[in-house]
Design a protein around this ligand. Structure first.
Ligand code: HXC
Ligand code: NAP
Length: 301
């Protein structure tokens, strides 16, 4: 595993990226790397104090390169178009233009679906789906009106494609955002606008772990057990992929979803549970199959 920065120094210099949910978790880790690569980054979410603290931390890191980018922290609920437009205008005022949008904000929690109120369902879908299409529409209009090429990267999930019980509002919303990614990639390619998605498996963050692996689940369920590579993801691994997809180096990739999950999504493979079988049991199984083969050959004679 190598979690050090992959792109060359200064690879994102001159670029301005908006990162929703950039104050915490994966959004913060990706922002850290984009800044190191020279990009200016606007981080936005509901809690201004969290954003301000992250901005302070990222601007004063000891290994911050001399030519690192700057952070702008703006309060914004992605369910509110007027607040999104404020983020866009303040970003342009401060940094001159916008080159990329990382739709990373999300809300989620595990629950049997029949226990959810209408409001609970709406809350998740509004943050994840409505928030993603509001922000994409607002930034896309700005790019088209100003003939600026742009890139959108949506943080999705693997269950946006497979579906999953117990996170149904999130699956519905992430699935909708994923089909928007592909649809707009086809429609807006002519404007030089690219849209891609990343589908991460488990990457430890406080936000996700508190709501998806809470106690008493966390002590009895180890998410790494069903992952072929037997570990969770490292933030640096995701940040490398995100920076690449936001950079011009991925200029011919659009409408794509890159899964980064240690093979977790492959767990559905019909015979993968045979991992449980011991070597002694395999000896017996082999003998049993060979015996059946011999019997069937005899029958044919
Ligand atoms: C049932 C619940 C609930 C629960 C909340 N609700 N938690 N219902 N079980 N555990 C209901 C509430 O009762 C309420 O409905 C409605 O949801 C809204 O809840 P509020 O607390 O009023 O909403 P709000 O303050 O806006 O908080 C939003 C939130 C919260 C989504 C509920 O968790 C949040 O702020 N999340 C942001 C960060 C986050 O979720 N990060 C994780 C992303 S991880 P009623 O009807 O009672 O009023 C992710 C990765 C997935 O997406 C893949 C991992 C491998
Ligand atoms: P996180 O730290 O909880 O990040 C979620 C962010 O969304 C927070 O910064 C939160 O900030 C922001 N947010 C929530 N509601 C918002 C709203 N209405 N408006 C604006 N911002 C809002 O969790 P994370 O694990 O880093 O998740 C980041 C992304 O990765 C999400 O899209 C998630 O679905 C995805 N993902 C994570 C994992 C994982 O294993 N961690 C796996 C697959 C996908 P505020 O509270 O300040 O608003």
């Amino acid at each position: 595993m190598n979690t050090s920065g992959m792109l060359r120094d200064g690879a994102m210099r001159g670029k301005t990226i908006i990162v929703t949910g950039g104050g915490t978790g994966l959004g913060k880790s990706i922002t850290r790397y984009l800044l190191q690569l020279g990009a200016n980054v606007t981080i936005c979410s509901r809690r201004q104090a969290v954003l301000d603290e992250t901005a302070r931390e990222l601007m004063s890191e000891p290994d911050r390169p001399a030519d690192a980018g700057e952070v702008l922290a703006i309060q914004c609920d992605v369910r509110n178009p007027a607040e999104i437009e404020q983020v866009i205008s303040q970003t342009i005022e401060k940094f001159g233009k916008i080159d990329g949008l990382l739709n990373n904000s999300a809300g989620n929690f595990i629950s049997p679906t029949e226990r959810l109120s209408y409001k609970a369902f709406d809350t998740i879908v509004d943050i994840v789906l409505r928030g993603t299409y509001y922000f994409t529409l607002a930034v896309g209009k700005y790019w088209i009106e100003n003939s600026i090429p742009g890139v959108v990267l949506n943080i999705s999930t693997t269950y946006a494609s497979t579906g999953s019980g117990y996170v149904v509002p999130s699956a519905v919303a992430k699935g909708g955002a994923l089909i928007m990614t592909k649809s707009l990639a086809a429609e807006w390619g002519k404007y030089g606008i690219r849209l891609n998605a990343i589908a991460p498996g488990p990457f430890p963050t406080k936000g996700a772990w508190d709501r998806l692996f809470p106690e008493p689940l966390a002590s009895v369920m180890d998410p790494t057990k069903r992952i072929p590579l037997k570990r969770v993801g490292e933030h640096g691994e995701l940040a490398n992929l995100a920076a690449y997809l936001l950079s011009d180096y991925s200029g011919f990739i659009t409408g794509e979803t890159v899964t980064i999950d240690g093979g977790e999504v492959l767990a559905a493979g019909e015979f993968n549970h045979l991992e449980q079988v011991s070597s002694e049991q395999w000896d017996m199984i082999e003998q049993s199959i060979k015996q059946a083969n011999r019997a069937s050959k005899k029958e044919g004679q």
